[in-house]
Ligand binder design. Structure first.
Ligand SMILES: *Cc1c(COP(=O)(O)O)cnc(C)c1O
Length: 383
């Protein structure tokens, strides 16, 4: 079988060969439980987890004590939204149920968790972005109420790559004594970030979006943030997340963090040049095509292109030399148009006719050139 060229790095990334190599001994001789304090098997695992915690903390300029290992961003997000909301109830600071502010273009992990909390009595405000996908810090400020317990705004959108002004938003939240969470799953490894210097209290991420393995992620939590655990058990991870640690996965994510830090200065430039080449090539031959979302405030690796008048289903079917997506992988089981593009004001038809191209570490210039020719040929056939 001939594999298509991979342009879907925002859905998942391949595991870097060096990551795989670092993980293998932890499936073999170093199989110990990191919580076993009485023998060398446990000590070896615990040491590896401590190293990985440091590697991840180094990438994000955080303290290793702020890192809570989870099974991925979905779990980190659930822990944050449910944990902060429940903790605010226990504190009894307000008789009213807590209020959460988020954005209609967030990942389903955030939106569905908010829906769940809403059924339990939480009040949720969904801010609407502009047609460029951006929200303004004033919109957040205007939505803050006396019972607001959390603002949750993603750092980078998985479908469009649009970057929200999270520093300004966090500062506004703090001015009003409200906690700030960001889903930074798409930003990690693609742009420099300092947790210490940021106005972020909680940050979610997933290993497989930056060349680590699937099924492992982390939540960064500042000290003193009240958070109710969502899983009871052995009180691992300072009581925030019980359950035996996924040692090989954590080791892999640590190695991936170290590689991301090493590659970042050159990689972001190389990939954004390729993305720009892809975009320019397509727009030059297909003048009807348009870019969805802000081009100025955007990840270096993502472009979301609309081909007006082209049948979206046929388009994806015929683009069989490329692995691309419309909408996010997590919701593409359904045939609904992208909720992100719709929130930005696109009609169902325009949302269906849009394709996300996301590039990464192993994308080559030859692949980009071939992609431009293939997209042009297919779209011309369908017009
Ligand atoms: C992939 C992704 C998630 C979910 O990550 P999982 O690894 O599936 O838990 C959450 N938010 C964003 C922005 C993502 O891209």
């Amino acid at each position: 079988m001939n594999y298509p060229s991979y342009f879907d790095y925002n859905a998942t990334t391949p595991v870097d060969p060096l990551v795989l190599e670092a993980m293998l001994p932890y499936f073999g001789p170093h199989f110990g439980n990191a919580a076993s304090r009485t023998h060398v098997f446990g000590a070896k695992a615990e040491e590896a987890v401590a190293d990985a915690r440091q590697q991840l903390a180094d990438l994000l300029d955080a303290s290793p004590k702020e890192v809570v290992f989870t099974s991925g961003a979905t779990e980190s997000i659930n822990l944050t939204l449910k944990g902060v909301w429940e903790a605010s109830r226990h504190q009894g600071a307000s008789q009213q149920p807590g209020h959460i502010i988020t954005v209609s273009t967030e990942h389903k992990a955030v939106l569905d968790t908010c829906e769940h909390l809403s059924r339990r009595g939480a009040e949720i405000t969904y801010l609407q972005p502009g047609t460029d996908g951006l929200i303004a810090a004033d919109q957040v400020e205007a939505a803050i109420q006396p019972n607001t317990v959390l603002v949750s705004v993603m750092a980078a959108n998985n479908e469009t790559g649009v970057l929200q002004p999270i520093q300004e938003i966090g500062e506004i939240a703090h001015k009003h004594g409200v906690l700030f969470h960001t889903d930074a799953t798409q930003a990690i490894g693609k742009m420099p970030f300092s947790f210490t210097d940021s106005a972020v209290d909680l940050l979610s991420l997933s290993g497989h979006k930056f060349y680590g393995p699937k099924g492992v992620g982390a939540l960064l939590v500042r000290r003193q943030v009240p958070l109710s655990a969502q899983q009871d058990g052995g009180r691992h991870e300072r009581g925030h997340r019980s359950g035996t640690l996924n040692v090989p996965g954590i080791v892999g994510m640590g190695e991936a963090a170290q590689l991301a830090q090493r590659h970042l200065p050159t990689e972001a430039k190389r990939i954004s040049a390729l993305r720009d080449q892809l975009e320019a090539g397509i727009l030059a031959t297909l003048p009807g095509a348009t870019i969805n979302g802000s081009r100025e405030h955007r990840l270096p690796n993502t472009t979301n292109i609309c081909f007006p008048g082209v049948d979206g289903e046929l388009l994806l079917l015929l683009l069989n030399e490329l692995a691309v997506s419309n909408g996010s992988a997590c919701t593409s089981a359904s045939t609904d148009p992208s909720h992100v593009l719709k929130a930005m004001g696109l009609s169902d038809d325009l949302a269906y006719s849009s394709v996300r191209f996301s590039l990464g570490r192993f994308t080559t210039e030859a692949e980009v050139e071939a992609a431009i020719r293939h997209v042009t040929a297919v779209v011309n056939r369908l017009c």
